[in-house]
Design a protein around this ligand. Sequence first.
Ligand code: ZN
Length: 220
Amino acid sequence: MPYQYQFSDGTPFKHPLGKVVCVGRNYAEHAKELNNPIPATPILFIKPATAVTPFSETINLPHDLGECHYETELAILIGKKLTKAAVEDIDDAIAGYGLGLDLTLRAVQSKLKEKGHPWEIAKSFDGSCPLTSFVHPSELKDDSNIEFQLKIDGELRQHGKTSDMITAIKPLIAYISQHFTLMPGDVVLTGTPAGVGLLESGMKLEVGLESVLNVESEVL
Ligand code: ZN
């Protein structure tokens, strides 16, 4: 089934799904685990709407393309058009918070990086962005430090705290809008904390956003 926005309380969201703007290396510990330098400005790339699939259904791994890694990321649902926005403009532009996976064909990406080529075929394939439903910003106690996690087969693999981000949420969204207009219905994936790894068929995934969202899935 194609992805449709949903809030966990059933509230409708009238805008169609747009693009997903992603940021690379936004947590120092993750940059280190892949031996990447910490960038001076955010590294941006885009997944098209066709990459998005519901997290709550099964996750289909691409076959014969080498290792596929999970990266668990806080997802921001944009609720307002933003072009060259200032940080102060972002306050009322966040319509919801959810979780997403930035699935990455790591071997394909490594080859592209070696050649200095864009990463799209490693990161933007169909199904490369499983997304959960969203919660309203008011459901979170403190949006300056949001915590989220990924468990695989019951074991904690990733634990993110937005206070560890190199570029925080609002400056990140403002920065993105200097380069690409964000539309209501676009999603921003805010980077992965450390702990990325291989996804394999049969794994049971469980992602949690504080106490407000908990979603399970299985890898096919
Ligand atoms: Zn990522």
